[in-house]
Design a protein around this ligand. Structure first.
Ligand code: GZL
Length: 335
């Protein structure tokens, strides 16, 4: 009964926080500003709709860049394709937008297209994942999470957890579900774990597979790992986003084990469906990754419109949650 009530509270709060937002992930959504003199035309190229985090991120932008707030908002959901992102950017250049906001699918391959944008004289704001370019002036600024720090937070949590369970010197076999390979969220979270394993001789990387940040991908990868490693040999699951974690939990249960008890579960994002599992004990640690970039990017554009400079790199604030602190903030969660 308690679980049902908790779920009902979460779902109604989440629904309330997104009221009035368009839930569609249309390929192009266009809204006309109310006052043409001050309408700011923003072209936003989103990664896709692969995860609950991504959908919360999209809704955050759609609820910020509204016609009532003086924007004409062009939205493209690239469905995980960098080529679609390139095409969308060229289309935004042709439509002469005032700003291009880009959430890059992967870190590499952006030099040429961003040079085209620079020739068109359109500023580029990066949101969420980062890029590796030969010339950092190809984009104006970036707002997002420190993915390496998120990985370090997870390792720090696991170290303390094992110490508290008197397992600090025991052999610990860790299976690792990676996100979309080459995405900076995957690169940073993987580095955090690898650095941790390198510093603890009793931590072993038992298996490593990409689930591409999706629930289906996480379940399939975990099933393959269970087959190759053996469910009884797995002590910890380090999963680089909640959607993969939810799929992996299904696979762990199908193998007859109790997630959060037989296997320590560490996950990233802290979206409410997974956050609930801290309360029920199926997930031990959630490393938050704040998806609510819309207001921050809106603030950046307003600052630029007023002729003021903006910081090049802007990290969002994030926390780590487990059974000691999740309950207290459960009702304040906004995604
Ligand atoms: C992180 C973001 C990642 C999330 C995943 O900022 O890029 O992509 O962790 C999402 O859920 O798919």
């Amino acid at each position: 009964m308690k679980k049902f009530l908790l779920s009902a509270i979460f779902i109604s709060l989440a629904a309330l926080s997104f009221i009035g937002c368009d839930k569609k992930s249309d390929s192009t959504v266009k809204t006309q500003g109310t006052d043409s003199r001050h309408t700011i035309k923003v072209g936003y190229v989103q990664v896709g709709h692969e995860s609950a985090w991504r959908n919360a991120n999209t809704l955050s932008f759609k609820s910020t860049f509204t016609a009532d707030s003086g924007y004409e908002f062009l939205f493209v959901d690239a469905d995980g394709s960098q080529k679609v992102q390139f095409d969308a950017i060229r289309n935004f250049i042709a439509q002469n937008v005032d700003y291009i906001v880009l959430a890059p699918v992967v870190e590499t391959g952006w030099d040429d297209i961003l040079k085209e944008v620079r020739e068109a004289g359109i500023p580029v704001i990066l949101s969420d994942r980062q890029i590796k370019v030969s010339d950092e002036s190809l984009y104006l600024c970036w707002v997002g999470a420190d993915f390496l720090q998120e990985g370090k937070n997870a390792v720090k949590w696991l170290t303390a957890y094992l110490e508290n369970k008197n397992l600090g010197t025991e052999e610990i076999n860790i299976v690792h579900l990676q996100g979309t390979m080459g995405a900076s969220a995957q690169v940073g979270r993987t580095q955090g774990l690898m650095d941790g394993i390198a510093s603890y001789p009793n931590w072993n990387l038992a298996a490593q597979k990409s689930g591409n940040f999706t629930t289906e991908g996480g379940k399939k990868a975990m099933q393959e790992i269970i087959k190759s490693v053996g469910i009884n040999k797995i002590n910890v699951l380090y999963s680089e986003n909640d959607d993969m974690t939810l799929g992996a939990i299904e696979a762990i249960k199908e193998a007859g084990k109790v997630p959060g008890d037989d296997i320590i579960i560490i996950s990233f994002d802290a979206v409410y469906k997974a956050f609930m599992k801290i309360i029920t004990g199926e997930i031990n640690c959630e490393c938050e990754c704040n998806p609510l970039h819309g207001p921050r990017v809106g603030e950046i554009i307003r600052t630029l419109e007023s002729g003021k400079p903006v910081e090049k790199i802007q990290y969002v604030n994030e926390s780590v949650f487990d059974h000691t602190n999740a309950q207290a903030v459960m009702l304040t969660r906004r995604y």
